[in-house]
Write a protein that binds this ligand. Sequence first.
Ligand SMILES: Nc1ncnc2c1ncn2[C@@H]1O[C@H](COP(=O)(O)OP(=O)(O)OP(=O)(O)O)[C@@H](O)[C@H]1O
Ligand SMILES: [Mg+2]
Length: 235
Amino acid sequence: MLEARGIETSYGSTQVLFGVNLAAEENKVTCVIGPNGAGKTTLLLTLAGILQAKRGDILFDGERLNDLPAWERVKKGVVLCPERRRLFPSLSVLENLTQGAYTRNDTQDVRDTLEEVFTLFPILKERRSQLAGTLSGGEQQMVAIGRSLMSHPKLLMLDEPSVGLSPLMRSKIFEQILRIRDMGSIAIVLVEQDAADALEISDYAYVLEDGKITIHGAAVDVAANPEVRAAYLGL
Ligand SMILES: Nc1ncnc2c1ncn2[C@@H]1O[C@H](COP(=O)(O)OP(=O)(O)OP(=O)(O)O)[C@@H](O)[C@H]1O
Ligand SMILES: [Mg+2]
């Protein structure tokens, strides 16, 4: 599904990613863990086309995406749910959700997806007329994920979906991520600060440090890696 090879990304003259390789497969959660400032968000922004890779290839279903602008990648199903949610606070839940469907023109299909989102997050149906800015943090995160689903992703990238949420709300969000994985035909790339939770729900894992992938493998193996246990799991 997704294969990124040798990705290098810079902000001006400051290089942040140094030859990152990453793959993600359908019906699997692939996580990227690593310390603050490692380049996790930069990697997702590069895959989404918001930042341009200076070098490397981004292949999606075999097609090279590097030269496509972000909105064309969204049309192909490459969708980023960004850090800190980025909702429109003075628009309703429903209006925020439908923003996610801006590249789609089959209205019946969009309505079906909206029903799927409401099945996944029933609270959003109840609160569909409420202004997004007045929702709790967890509800706002649900809107952000729901809005991404409205774009009909084949590759859904989630940047720290659980940040700032209570333990209960975090486990709810992780549960929903697994349900999205099992909806079929969707690859999930999850960036998380909390390595323990991320590794627990992931199939495959990458550790990104100083812009380089230092460890990768099946999530259970990465979780058992002594360096990962010491540096990220506090064990
Ligand atoms: N717009 C920008 N201009 C210049 N440097 C930036 C910019 N955005 C990020 N950086 C730098 O790039 C590096 C990687 O940042 P990035 O946000 O990708 O890290 P991260 O792994 O997502 O961190 P966190 O876990 O804190 O979200 C950091 O050193 C950061 O200061
Ligand atoms: Mg980040």
